[in-house]
Write a protein that binds this ligand. Sequence first.
Ligand code: THG
Length: 364
Amino acid sequence: MELVETSRIMWTPFHESTLAAGVTAVTVYNHTMLPLSYGDPEAEYRRLTEGVAIWDVACQRQVQLAGPDAGDLAQILCTRDLSQARVGQGKYTAMVDHQGRLINDPLVLRADDDVWWLSLADGDMLQWCRAIASERQMSVEVSDANVAPLAVQGPLAEDVVAALLGDWIREIKFFNYHRAEVDGIPMRVGRAGWSKQGGFELYLEDATRGNDLWDLVMAAGEPFEIGPGGPNAIERVQSGLLSYRTETTDDTDPFEAGLGKYVDLEASDFIGRDALIEKRERGLQRSLVGVVFDEHPGVLKNPWPVMATGQVVGSVRVVVVSPKVGRSIGMAMIDVPHNVPGTDLVTSSPNGEWSITVAALPFV
Ligand code: THG
């Protein structure tokens, strides 16, 4: 089977570099290619957890809000209190609709006084942001900023980015982004990334220079044995990082998804706040939890139903073989009261039935 390439699927500014590096597996995220693997999953996991990896995550598109009302629009779109955000400061936030349903979980960045970037998870948020801005007659332009994140992840990432941009980057705080330039390539450099191994993101601001930036990072990383990789399912499940639309459906709320600490109900008003206050009062009906398998169940493509005494009480959303836990582990959305760590349940895949035990997230 072949994924037919058309203009509906965008290549990234790093596309030629990822092809030259031998990319073997991609998915599509925000209508954009997301390279996942270069054919050696063990080496890619080891690089991320013990060395340093370079990831083309330009699929994390930046929706830009620019103009006098940009800050107000960002605030009504996001569940976090953004009133104290300084220029260069990012925050992980939920976005919910009027009914309190989770519709994205971006990193929101105040890029300039009146410019905000929503670094989006997979979805279609440009139209949502434009619709809200127009309906509220706000003075703000909503566009795709055409900014392309390149991630450098792993315990040696700081050394690589310091070799590329200078030792000053060692002082950068988590989720803070600064302007930088190398060889005339404009970017923001921030300490962030979709792993818990530490690292940086280079937000490329000139899409014509993607392959140049890739080559410069590879050259800076050569002494540290940098190699290509992508968002790593094993690492992120061990770390309990949410993958929106993998673990969530179109009626998941942020509390169920484990994002309650990124919902500031007492902050200024945002879309869905009243609905979330009601949900909080009603209490959790289900939640995202870890699950540990007794045996290796094989590859999960679509969710597997979870049963307790013959009744469906949820679904397993992702499964990986975990080197740290020494078992197959996963994440599952499970109804109350079966979501308590230690609860034994059964899940059924196309290959059979599997015993699982509920575990707290993160695993590691
Ligand atoms: N970087 C950028 N954009 C992104 C992602 C990213 N957009 C899509 C996706 N990832 C958004 N989702 C997440 C999920 C988790 C985190 C970041 C983005 C994350 N979480 C930390 C944690 O859960 O421990 C810290 C969150 C906190 O406590 O503030 O980093 O990766 N540019």
